[in-house]
Design a protein around this ligand. Structure first.
Ligand code: EPZ
Length: 417
């Protein structure tokens, strides 16, 4: 079982280049199923979830050529429409092939993703919305058996709750539906914007008609395309928080500050000095970290994917802080491990109370999910001595070359087999 060894205390100094966005790449990879032409994608992050999605596409009949700089996907053979549990269970975004398979082939058998450490991860919103496009589905032995005997027919759909994945699944499905689809109460994360840019460049007809409403006119077919995926704003936010935590001095490059303005404003409020340039962010952590109360919410609110990382920073604040997790029902798995490092965090329902002025102690730790594992690395960087973080396969799902990037800016970190 791979683990990470981290020696603290570290002050991060230097430059980190941000990789491509995992959460933009996954729906875009799923959307390639709409095409039977050649699609080339650049800037995909080299992380486990992308490998898994590519395996899933290959299992559906896609021919994928990966030459490191870009991947080329050809779907010109009849595709299979079965997405196996073995692939979907480790990467819940596998459910995103449901929309494109139904749009292209009118039928699909896709494994339900199943839950994970942070929550039950239901897909009811995806399924109810797809049925409005004429899809009939049954759940049999953990699989969604879906078909659209008359093809997908455009419809007006209002999501009952903001869902990133459901918005993505329905945008992709509606691209080949007959007629017009209007989706309202959509998620508006930058990754959805990137998916829409990709689909429009592939020949789809999609327009935002208001803040959370999209109009899609179905098209008969889509073109070939060469596309570069956007950078990862959660990776960028993670390194900015690491710099604020370690009184560091970092230049984070390859990211447009506009898409993480909420995070930047919060880091300024806690005392970090930040200069924003066109495609980079300079951050200098301050000795004094001010407390702040945060609640996670859909974009443009504070992202749930940075909640664990922010919690570590607030342990070092000058007084008590509060974090409310409004998106997932169980996203405090990192708290027990942080408390073992000397943190004093108490949970009441979806609210965490974080005592400040904590001196972290190095410890042997257990990662539980992707973002929790990176929060343990941050805490280890701020702890005197050697920490060991186990089960780092969680980390490898979503952070490209993390120890290489951290080592380059002064962290003493290495992978142990
Ligand atoms: C996406 O997950 C991201 N994953 C998550 O990032 C991110 O935390 C989440 O959006 C919220 O921003 C990818 O993009 C691959 P949702 P998704 O549908 O689409 C409930 C990471 O660390 N819900 O917006 O699954 C759901 O349970 C990952 O990179 C339903 O009830 O999130 C949750 O409470 C973790 N029924 C809330 O809505 C549904 O049909 C928001 O989920 C769908 C969702």
């Amino acid at each position: 079982m791979k683990k990470l060894e981290v020696f603290g205390v570290a002050k991060l100094k230097g430059q980190i280049r941000i990789s491509g966005s995992k959460n933009a790449s996954l729906p875009i990879l799923a959307a390639t199923l709409l095409s039977d032409k050649i699609i080339s994608l650049r800037n995909l992050p080299k992380v486990k979830d992308i490998e898994t999605m590519i395996l899933l596409l290959k299992s559906l009949g896609s021919i994928v050529d990966d030459n490191k700089k870009k991947i080329t996907i050809k779907n010109n053979k009849q595709s299979k429409t079965f997405a196996a549990y073995s692939l979907v269970k480790t990467m819940r975004a596998g459910i995103l092939v449901l929309g494109p398979l139904l749009a292209k082939f009118g039928k699909a058998k896709v494994s339900l993703p199943g839950g994970c450490a942070i929550g039950t991860r239901p897909v009811d919103i995806h399924l109810k919305a797809l049925s409005k496009l004429g899809v009939k589905y049954k759940i049999i032995q953990g699989y969604v058996h879906a078909d659209a005997p008359k093809g997908l027919i455009g419809a007006n759909i209002k999501f009952p709750k903001i869902s990133v994945g459901a918005t993505e699944n329905l945008i992709i499905a509606a691209c080949l539906a007959k007629g017009k689809t209007v989706l309202s109460n959509c998620a508006i994360e930058p990754e959805i914007e990137d998916l829409i840019n990709f689909l429009i460049k592939m020949g789809c007809n999609i327009k935002w008609t208001s803040k959370r409403t999209i109009k899609i006119e179905g098209v008969a077919k889509v073109n070939e395309l060469n596309y570069q995926v956007m950078p990862d704003r959660i990776e960028a936010g993670t390194y900015l928080i690491a710099a604020a935590l370690t009184e560091g001095n970092l230049k984070v490059t390859g990211i447009d500050p506009k898409i993480i303005s909420t995070e930047i404003n919060i880091l300024k409020k806690v005392g970090a000095k930040i200069i924003q340039k066109k495609n980079e962010i300079l951050i200098k952590g301050s000795k004094k970290i001010k407390s702040i109360n945060i609640k996670t919410s859909p974009y443009p609110g504070f992202p749930t994917d940075l909640q664990a990382q922010m919690m570590v920073l607030l342990c070092k604040a000058n007084k008590k802080s509060y974090i409310k997790e409004e998106i997932f029902e169980n996203r405090f798995m990192h708290v027990a491990e942080l408390n073992r490092m000397g943190a004093k965090i108490s949970i009441n329902g979806n609210k965490a109370t974080i005592e400040g002025n904590i001196k972290f102690e190095a410890a042997e730790l257990m990662a539980t999910d992707l973002r929790a594992s990176v929060s343990l690395i941050l805490a280890a960087l701020a702890s005197k001595g050697k920490s060991i973080i186990n089960r780092i396969y969680h980390l490898d799902r979503g952070y490209e070359d993390i120890e290489k990037k951290l080592k380059k800016v002064g962290a003493k970190i290495r992978r142990l087999n």
